[in-house]
Design a protein around this ligand. Structure first.
Ligand code: SF4
Ligand code: MG
Length: 330
């Protein structure tokens, strides 16, 4: 459970000035046991920083992160190590996340060596069990990373993340470096493992098509803010925030007949400088529906029909600026 999380980076510039970047701004989210929450947005939107802050890998300025009721900010020492072992991360690059000079078995058992008092035989048994869980052969433990394909290496990284029986895995672009058919295999594997172990995932990706298949709910980030969240089906079928609509309209439609019907929404400009964010709604500099109020006040998250929440003045400014107006504009 994440409540009002803020993460700020302070960087010194070449000319002696200071840039302050609020990378994560007032972010709240929750993930139930056994649930996958997708987190999407362009690069620089704060998705990875949110994931890292949850794992206490970057300093939290304010707000709280709780896992199974325990506030991660209040724990130190042994209790912190326990909490850390309950949350693991799987990164994008299966090439750099494994030590090329260590066997697969040594890499997978590394967290066991640090956190558990186990004999060599017990460790070997656990490694073989983990390899089977991710669809690899127990004998693969004695091989080296270069002997494996990208997809197999990512399976090894997943096995290592599972070694300590975590409750939550943050997958940060975990399948982005893989080709489409390998992506599907790894996603199916993650699904099977989640069901078997009733794990939770925070699944971070810029690719909305990938996120759709694995997530129960999805949250959309823009410039450090969550601008919309909701059940996957509702969010993909009737996105409420103009930014979500733009992201979805950029997904290629495979069926040419449907392509004509698909409404294209092209975003103007690029993501603003995060050290100098726009006033009011963070999206107003690129939003085709922006009104005067949008540059002046920050829209608050409000519940929407079909589930979830959205932060947009179109949803809250009364009937004349409701869904009807949105349809006319598109
Ligand atoms: Fe666009 Fe205004 Fe809604 Fe922001 S609040 S997304 S600028 S319409
Ligand atoms: Mg990232």
């Amino acid at each position: 459970e994440v409540e009002r999380l803020q993460v700020t980076f302070r960087k010194h510039t070449l000319f002696g000035g200071r840039r302050v970047v609020r990378a994560v701004n007032d972010v709240s989210l929750h993930i139930a046991p056994g649930e996958t929450l997708g987190l999407v947005g362009e690069s620089g939107s704060g998705k990875s920083t949110t994931g890292r802050a949850i794992l206490k890998l970057v300093p939290i300025e304010s707000g709280t992160v709780r896992i199974e009721g325990q506030d991660i900010a209040s724990v130190r020492g042994k209790a912190l190590r326990t909490i850390r072992s309950q949350m693991q991360m799987v990164f994008q690059d299966p090439y750099s996340s494994l030590d090329p000079s260590s066997t697969i078995g040594a890499s997978i058992s590394e967290p066991l060596r640090v956190h558990r008092a186990m004999t060599r035989a017990q460790m070997r048994e656990r490694v073989e069990e983990l390899l089977e869980l991710v669809g690899l052969r127990p004998s693969h433990a004695d091989r080296y990373p270069y002997e494996f394909s990208g997809g197999q290496r990512q399976r090894v990284v997943i096995a290592r993340a599972l070694a300590l029986n975590p409750r939550l895995i943050v997958c940060d672009e975990a399948v982005s470096a893989l080709d489409v058919s390998t992506q599907n295999q790894v996603i199916n594997l993650l699904e099977d493992i989640r069901e078997k172990l009733s794990l939770s995932y925070l699944f971070i990706a810029h690719d909305l098509a990938v996120v759709r298949h694995i997530s129960h709910r999805v949250a959309v980030m823009y410039l450090g803010h969550i601008v919309e969240s909701g059940p996957t089906q509702r969010l993909y079928q009737s996105p409420a925030h103009p930014y979500t609509q733009a992201l979805l309209s950029a997904i290629p439609v495979p069926n040419p007949r449907k392509r004509d019907q698909a409404r294209r929404m092209v975003l103007q400009g690029s993501i603003p400088d995060p050290s100098n964010p726009p006033s009011g709604c963070p999206f107003h500099t690129r939003c085709p529906y922006a009104m005067d109020v949008c540059g002046q006040s920050m829209p608050q998250m409000t519940p929407i029909d079909g589930g979830g929440e959205v932060a947009c003045h179109l949803q809250t400014s009364g009937p004349t600026l409701g869904g009807r107006c949105l349809d006319e504009l598109t």
